[in-house]
Every structure is written in structure tokens, then in C-alpha cells.
Design a protein around this ligand. Structure first.
Ligand code: HEC
Length: 126
């Protein structure tokens, strides 16, 4: 075998065996779908969930016209609904509560668990 063919052979071997391609989606899917229950706060966790799924009807501005007067924007309003069981009753679609978000899909398990975690932590205003 001449030098040229040897060189090609070596290159082929390197090209087919030398590299290992990580599949980013496979490697990180577990991380990106995991639910963060350790850093749950009112400002950074609870409010964004309510904002995305509930403020169309329960913001301070929309509550009277669309949300039956129920407000989910200020901390004390959310805290009261957490303490009387209505917040979790509605998002869990529990018996005896109107299912929320009204007319929309149920919150994700992660979002529901994060709301529950905030309540378990004592509904801190953080
Ligand atoms: C499309 C409008 C709409 C959206 C979106 C919506 N709600 Fe409501 N919500 C209502 C209305 C209207 C009522 C009054 C009860 C009824 O008509 O079912 C209500 C009632 C409630 C109540 C009071 C229940 C009770 O037993 O008195 C709570 C708590 C509540 N909603 C929480 C939420 C939460 C949390 C979200 C978001 C995850 C949400 N809602 C999204 C319209 C909405």
C-alpha cells in the first residue's frame, strides 16, 4: 500500500471512530423538563404562573368584568385565596370548585406543584 492510500485509510478510521456526538436534547431533556421546587417565590414563580393563565380575567383591571370580582394580582388577595383553599381547589379541578383557568387547559403538573409548594412554605411574600 502506498503512502497516499495509508493516509486515506487513517483519515477514514479517524473520521468514523474519532468523534462522539452528544445529542443535546437527549442529554438535557431531563434537566429542561424537571420542575424547580426549591426556588419557589411569590414574585418569580407564583405571579408569572397566574399572569400567564389567570390575569385575562383576574387582574385588578379585569376582575370586575371577567373574573367575578376575584383578584389574583396583589399578594394579599392571592394569599387569602391560598389560605381558604380556593386557589388550589380551582387549579386542581377539585370537586366543589369551578375549574380554572376557566375555559382553558389545566395548569401543568409542575405549575400546580409550584403553587402548592409556595403554600406549603407558608405563602411568603418573597
Ligand atoms: C376566562 C376567564 C377566567 C380565567 C382565565 C380564569 N378565571 Fe377564575 N374565575 C372566572 C370566573 C367567571 C369565576 C366565577 C366562577 C365561575 O363563573 O365559574 C372565577 C372564579 C375563580 C375563583 C373563585 C372560586 C370560588 O370558589 O369562589 C378562583 C379562586 C379562581 N377563579 C382562580 C383562577 C385561577 C387560579 C386562574 C388561573 C389559573 C383562573 N381563575 C383563570 C374566570 C376566569
Amino acid at each position: 500500500m502506498n503512502q497516499f492510500l495509508k493516509a486515506i485509510l487513517i483519515l477514514v478510521i479517524i473520521a468514523t471512530t474519532g468523534c462522539y456526538y452528544d445529542n443535546e436534547e437527549k442529554l438535557y431533556s431531563e434537566i429542561s423538563t424537571s420542575c424547580d421546587l426549591t426556588n419557589v417565590t411569590f414574585a418569580a414563580t407564583v405571579k408569572p404562573i397566574l399572569q400567564a393563565s389567570c390575569y385575562a380575567c383576574h387582574s385588578n383591571a379585569n376582575a370586575t368584568s371577567s373574573g367575578d370580582g376575584i383578584k389574583l394580582e396583589n399578594y394579599t388577595d392571592v394569599q387569602n385565596l391560598a389560605k381558604n383553599g380556593k386557589l388550589m381547589g380551582t387549579v386542581n379541578h377539585s370537586k366543589g370548585y369551578p375549574a380554572m383557568p376557566k375555559g382553558g387547559g389545566k395548569l401543568s403538573d409542575c405549575e400546580i406543584n409550584q403553587l402548592q409548594k409556595w403554600i406549603d412554605n407558608g405563602t411568603p411574600n418573597n
